[in-house]
Ligand binder design. Structure first.
Ligand SMILES: [Mg+2]
Length: 329
C-alpha cells in the first residue's frame, strides 16, 4: 500500500484512510472531516480550519495581483467557517516565497490578507515565512462557533436542497484565465475574489434552519456527495434550477458541467427540512445573497442523481476536483 503514489491513491482516497486515525474525544466536539473542526478550550468552543493557495496549482503568476492573492487565501478559509455558521476571529499565515520574489509584493500580499480579515471581523495575529520553490500562502483560521454549528451530516430524506449565490462563474473565470492571463470581467473577478457567505451561514445555524451544510469548493456534485455521505442519504438535483448566470449558461451543456464540477464557487449548499421552509422564507432577505432551491434529499438507495426538465437522469461528468487524481487544471 505504502509504495503507491498520491496520484494513484488520490486526495480523497488518502484522506479516507487518514481521518479515522486522528484523535477524537472529550474536547474534540467535531473531528476532522467537516469544513472545520470544533474543539473545546476551557469553557469556549472554537472552530478551526486551514487551507493553502499554491502557485501553478491554484493560480499562475500574473493571474492575480499580490493583494488579491492575499485576500483570496483568507476568503477561502472564511468560506469554511461560513459553512459551519461561525464568526472568524484570529488568523495565522504561513507564506512560502521564492528568493527572487519582490519584498514589495509580499508586503502587498499581507496587506490584502489583513484587509480581508478585518472586513469579516478577524485579526491576523502571526505567521511564518519560509523560502520555497514556488509561492504559496497557507492560512489557519480560528472562529467563534454558534451554539449548534452546521455540519455535513444531518440531512434527512424529504429535506430540500438549496444553494446560495451563483454556480459555475468562478470556473468560467478560471477557463478564461487559462486562455488569456490578462482576461477580465465578472467571471474572472469571481475566480479572483470569492465571497464567503458568513451572514447566510450564521443565520442558517443560529435560526436552526438547515439540517446540514457544506461550502462548494470542489464543485457542486462532489461537495453534494460529501454531504450525502456524511448524512447517509442520496439526492436529486434539478439541472434547470441551478443558479447559473447567463454567461455560464451560454456555454450550453458545457456551462452545466462548469456549474456541477467546476469548483471554487465558495457558495453554501444546505438542506432544509420542510417544516423550516416558512422560517427560511422570512429570513431570506437578511441572508445577504440570493438562495435557490436546487433539489431534494432522497434515501441513500437513490444515490446522487441530476435530472433534466423532464425528470430524466443526466449522465454525470466524473467527480470534482481532486488534487492528485481526476480533473487536472
Ligand atoms: Mg469546505
Amino acid at each position: 500500500v505504502s509504495a503507491r503514489t498520491l496520484a494513484q491513491v488520490g486526495e480523497l482516497g488518502f484522506l479516507r484512510r487518514l481521518l479515522p486515525r486522528l484523535p477524537r474525544g472529550r474536547d474534540i466536539l467535531i473531528p476532522a472531516g467537516d469544513d472545520c473542526a470544533l474543539v473545546r478550550m476551557g469553557s469556549r468552543r472554537l472552530l478551526l480550519t486551514t487551507d493553502a493557495l499554491v502557485a501553478n496549482v491554484h493560480f499562475r503568476p500574473g493571474w492575480m495581483r499580490p493583494d488579491q492573492l492575499g485576500r483570496k487565501a483568507y476568503l477561502v478559509n472564511a468560506s469554511d467557517v461560513a459553512a459551519m455558521g461561525g464568526r472568524p476571529r484570529f488568523a495565522l499565515v504561513s507564506a512560502g516565497v521564492p528568493p527572487g520574489y519582490p519584498s514589495r509584493d509580499l508586503d502587498r500580499l499581507h496587506r490584502g490578507l489583513m484587509a480581508a480579515a478585518r472586513e469579516t471581523g478577524a485579526l491576523l495575529v502571526g505567521g511564518n515565512l519560509v523560502r520555497a520553490e514556488v509561492l504559496f500562502v497557507s492560512l489557519t483560521l480560528a472562529a467563534d462557533s454558534p451554539p449548534r454549528p452546521l455540519q455535513r451530516g444531518g440531512a434527512r430524506p424529504g429535506d430540500l436542497l438549496f444553494v446560495t449565490g451563483r454556480l459555475g462563474e468562478a470556473a468560467l473565470g478560471l477557463r478564461l484565465l487559462l486562455r488569456d492571463p490578462r482576461a477580465g470581467g465578472a467571471a474572472v473577478r469571481r475566480f479572483r475574489e470569492p465571497i464567503p457567505r458568513l451572514k447566510a451561514g450564521a443565520l442558517l445555524a443560529t435560526e436552526r434552519i438547515a439540517s446540514a451544510a457544506i461550502d462548494v469548493s470542489d464543485g457542486l456534485l462532489q461537495d453534494l456527495r460529501h454531504l450525502c455521505r456524511a448524512s447517509n442519504v442520496g439526492a436529486r438535483v434539478e439541472l434547470a434550477s441551478l443558479p447559473c448566470p447567463a454567461r455560464v449558461r451560454r456555454a450550453g451543456a458545457d456551462g452545466y458541467t462548469l456549474a456541477l464540477t467546476g469548483g471554487e464557487d465558495y457558495e453554501l449548499l444546505y438542506a432544509v427540512p420542510p417544516r423550516h421552509l416558512d422560517r427560511l422564507r422570512r429570513l431570506r432577505p437578511s441572508m445577504g445573497c440570493p438562495t435557490t432551491r436546487i433539489g431534494e434529499v432522497m434515501p441513500k438507495t437513490h444515490g446522487v442523481r441530476v435530472v433534466d426538465a423532464r425528470g430524466a437522469s443526466v449522465a454525470l461528468p466524473a467527480g470534482g476536483f481532486d488534487h492528485f487524481a481526476g480533473w487536472r487544471r
